[in-house]
Design a protein around this ligand. Structure first.
Ligand code: CAO
Length: 322
């Protein structure tokens, strides 16, 4: 197991790069095996000699410091010099119940905390007029009433997002050090709310699939997710994620980017609103869009172009074919 050398949470006075330090060959070997830069370890032996136990302590503290960013331990968040998480005896104030968190909740908490801390993210909002699209979707579902899975807005969103990703490929990328990896595939993750917590199954090669096929796949993946039967590879490889909350409600939100992706789209509940057509107010079905982007990769102007384009595609779905 390799551990990165630049550990967070290492105190300045512990770093002794360039100075003489003492450690026997087996201790050095031990440090090397764990990828520990021995110059960063404080020796507790005679004349500051570094022992195997010092290396073990160093690894332990580094792991704790890293973990604290996600588990809100009392150590404070590594590298940010923040106050430790408040430790409160809640029983002093009233009755409480302690609940164990599910494995999924713990894993997503750790991921979300890392993404929140590491990504300078900005959320952009826009509206899409989906009056015509909703009319089309309703008619389609009426036609297919007997056979076929019901098509929800999600399938159209997924397809429209891929058309927008094609126009703005930066959104279909990942940072790799100083470089940007542009993906030529279009795998879209979509968040599913399950009793065990949030999971994100992935629809692969959306560009090669039709709306009905996407609807069938989202329905079966969502069912597998809720039954806790998704396989790991069904949750891997997404190049962009959609969080569709429209079936629940809400107006807008600010989703957290799902690293190593660079952007995420959240969609809340559509509502009929009065829209000025130049002569009068007309009732239109308006769908709120919220897109969070990693500002290291996507500037505000580009982000606004993307959401505006997506809004146009949803407003006139024929444009998805262009
Ligand atoms: N506006 C208005 N109505 C919408 C809508 C929108 N934007 N999106 C969906 N709806 C409607 C659907 O059309 C459906 O209505 P009808 O039965 O009348 O057609 C109803 O809401 C229920 O939809 P649904 O949520 O069951 O299905 P879906 O395909 O829209 O979404 C899924 C599937 C799996 C994405 C969704 O069930 C889900 O789990 N969403 C939660 C995602 C989540 O938790 N995100 C948070 C992540 S970060 O914390």
């Amino acid at each position: 197991m390799g551990i990165e050398i630049a550990f967070p949470g290492i105190q300045e006075d512990q770093v002794r790069a360039g100075l003489e330090f003492w450690a026997g060959p087996s201790t050095r070997k031990f440090a090397r095996e764990f990828g520990v830069d021995i110059q960063q370890v404080r020796g507790s032996g005679q004349r500051g000699r570094i022992t195997k136990e010092d290396i073990q302590q160093f690894i332990k503290h580094s792991m704790l410091a890293r973990g604290s960013a996600s588990t809100q331990s009392t150590q404070g968040i590594a590298g940010f010099d923040l106050l430790p998480w408040p430790k409160v005896d809640f029983t002093k104030f009233g009755e409480i119940e302690r609940q164990a968190r599910s494995r999924i909740q713990k894993v997503s908490a750790a991921n979300l905390a890392r993404n929140w801390v590491m990504i300078p993210a900005v959320t952009y909002h826009d509206d899409a007029d989906i009056t015509d699209l909703e009319e089309f979707r309703t008619a389609l579902n009426q036609e297919n009433q007997k056979d076929g899975v019901k098509i929800t807005l999600l399938a159209f969103l997924i397809k429209a997002v891929v058309a927008a990703l094609k126009k703005y490929p930066t959104f279909n990328s990942s940072l790799d050090g100083e470089d940007l990896i542009l993906k030529k595939y279009f795998h879209i993750g979509f968040a599913v709310d399950t009793p065990g917590g949030l999971v994100v199954p992935v629809i692969r090669n959306v560009d090669q699939k039709g709306i009905q096929e996407i609807a069938n796949e989202t329905a079966s993946l969502a069912m597998l997710a809720r039954e806790g039967k998704l396989k790991p590879d069904q949750m891997q490889g997404a190049s962009f994620t959609i969080s569709s909350l429209g079936g629940i409600g809400g107006t807008y939100c600010a989703p957290i980017v799902n690293a190593p992706e660079v952007a995420i789209l959240a969609v809340n509940k559509s509502a009929v609103k009065p829209v000025w057509d130049g002569k009068q107010f007309v009732p239109r079905l308006i769908c709120p869009l919220s897109m969070t982007a990693d500002h290291r990769v996507i500037d505000g102007a580009l982000a606004t172009h993307f959401t505006a384009h997506l809004s146009q595609l949803l407003g006139d779905f024929r444009k998805v074919m262009l």
